[in-house]
Design a protein around this ligand. Structure first.
Ligand SMILES: Nc1ncnc2c1ncn2[C@@H]1O[C@H](COP(=O)(O)OP(=O)(O)OP(=O)(O)O)[C@@H](O)[C@H]1O
Length: 489
């Protein structure tokens, strides 16, 4: 049957190699006007590489790109922008030392002359209001001072602002990874309105419910190839997971395993948020997995960082009695060392064990890295490659390996599953349970409410304070949301 809709983008036989890695292996992809295409696949499947080709950031090794029926021979970033194609990359690209309005101006050279700042501020404020009503971002805020969730909101809103250049397709690569469920819902509603007006979106996400609920069509990638492409209605969660390469049955087993009971030991962390007015505090015992929940930016990360800073001693309102490691959520700013290899990035938290004499032993570093590559399935041909050669999700796995491979007894996790695929998440959940069984303690802030099922109990935050302590039996998404909207007493 011939599809009568207008084809906006047609990619045919696209290939891309990075040295020995075949990132794209003959990919065909059509995007029609007025549709939202969900793009899913395991970490390293080739999604970001394909999108980098579509935005002109990477050149193809082979294959053709046609936009609105014309084959593009000299495709580039500026050509893609001129054709109305924009992307919100997984690794955010805002300049941290500039304000929200100044960052907006970067994308809109036509905003010049006297009053450009005011015009840029109005442009971004209007788009933030439209997508995220009730947001508390001011165009004069310096981006580096914003939480990662707010930066993600600015980045998304900026991609949808229009001055003189056309806007036909917005690629959203993991756009909700740092947003709480309320804010993510606002964005997804906006995406539906956007495609309803005849424009197109590509939505890349590891949150399969998000893709199933909002995409018109779904394309599944696996090992550099498109392995399935059909109307969203044809898929369900199990079918998607199976097309991506397994783990459907394991999901149910993992959910059951999370309900098991484990022996817990003595208290190892007591922490009172700085703004707490009553006597509520976070108390963690060894062997516990504790969730930190609530709307993003309500003090969860602040408390984790305060606990991290108090390591090995005590400071006002915080007591910690064992070594700590932190899995950063904002991996670009706080997690990876971009100049170093994957192996060194993993070994750095265990440097005392790596040192022989005055030098770091490459053998010990390689042993640790190879053990964790296997355990957590980091996809790379060589752990001595630079960390930036890994896909986003695989970089995040290296940060887990750094923390779990260390001597830390308490692991602080700041929304740590950003960009991690479903199969790997299940492996990491298993790993966390195993490690908790052996007495390690986990403090786990997550913006994915489903993940809280893995926790023994959950502290809900609002306005910088703990407002509820929910046991596993009391835990439902409604309860968490209700508590996070309730004013702290
Ligand atoms: N600059 C690079 N140098 C070397 N290898 C690279 C580079 N960029 C990507 N790769 C490799 O290409 C493959 C595809 O990576 P890509 O980032 O496209 O995956 P992805 O599907 O977006 O993964 P994720 O879900 O983790 O973001 C991976 O094996 C990755 O390691």
């Amino acid at each position: 049957m011939v599809d009568a809709r207008t084809i906006l983008v047609k990619l045919e036989g696209v290939e891309k190699h990075f040295g020995a890695v075949r990132a794209l292996d003959g990919v065909d992809l059509n995007i029609f006007a007025g549709e939202c295409v969900g793009l899913v696949g395991h970490n390293g499947a080739g999604k970001s590489t394909l999108m980098n080709i579509l935005t002109g950031t990477l050149a193809t090794g082979a294959g053709t790109i046609s936009i609105s029926g014309s084959v593009e021979d000299r495709y580039s970033v500026s050509r893609a922008l001129a054709l109305g194609i924009r992307c919100v990359f997984q690794e955010l690209s805002l300049c941290p030392n500039l304000s929200v309005a100044e960052n907006t101006r970067i994308n809109h050279p036509s905003l010049k002359g006297i009053g450009w700042q005011r015009k840029a501020a109005a442009l971004i404020a209007q788009k933030l209001d439209e997508i995220f009503p009730g947001h508390s971002i001011d165009p004069s805020d310096i981006v580096g001072d914003l939480s990662i969730g707010r930066r993600q909101m600015v980045e998304v809103a900026r991609a949808f602002t229009v001055t003189d250049a056309p806007l036909d397709l917005v690629i959203l690569d993991e756009p909700t990874s740092s947003l709480d469920s309320h804010t993510a819902g606002q964005l997804l509603d906006f995406v539906r309105r956007f495609v309803g007006s005849g424009k197109s979106c590509i939505l890349i996400s590891h949150l399969l419910g998000e893709v199933l609920g909002n995409a018109d069509r779904i394309v599944v990638m696996r090992d550099g190839k498109v392995v399935a492409a059909d109307r969203a209605a044809v898929f369900d969660r199990d079918k998607l997971v199976t097309s991506m390469g397994g783990a459907a049955a394991r999901e149910k087993v993992a959910a059951e395993a999370a309900k098991g009971t484990r022996e817990i030991g003595p208290i190892c962390v007591k922490a009172r948020p700085a703004r707490q007015r009553d006597d509520m505090q976070l108390v963690a015992r060894s062997g516990e997995i504790i969730g930190l929940a609530g709307l993003a930016g309500n003090g969860q990360t602040d408390l984790l960082l305060a606990i991290f800073e108090a390591a090995g001693g005590s400071r006002s309102g915080i007591e910690v009695t064992a070594p700590l490691a932190l899995v950063a959520g904002d991996r670009q700013s706080d997690g990876i060392f971009p100049q170093w290899s994957i192996a060194r990035n993993i070994g750095i938290r265990s440097i005392e064990r790596m040192v022989r004499g005055m030098l770091i032993s490459s053998r010990r570093e390689a042993e640790l890295a190879s053990r964790w590559q296997e355990r957590i399935k980091i996809r790379t041909p060589d752990m001595n490659n630079n960390i930036l050669s890994l896909s986003g999700g695989n970089q995040q796995k290296a940060l887990f390996a750094r923390a779990l491979g260390s001597d830390a007894r308490i692991i602080l996790m700041d929304d740590p599953m950003r960009g991690v695929d479903i199969g790997t998440k299940l492996d990491v959940y298993d790993l966390i349970r195993e490690e908790a069984d052996s007495g390690r303690t986990f403090l786990w802030y997550t913006t994915e409410t489903e993940e809280l099922d893995n926790c023994d109990h959950v502290y809900v935050f609002h306005g910088g304070r703990i407002v509820a302590n929910l046991s596993r039996d009391e835990l439902t998404e409604e309860k968490v949301i209700q508590s996070s909207f309730d004013e702290a007493v």
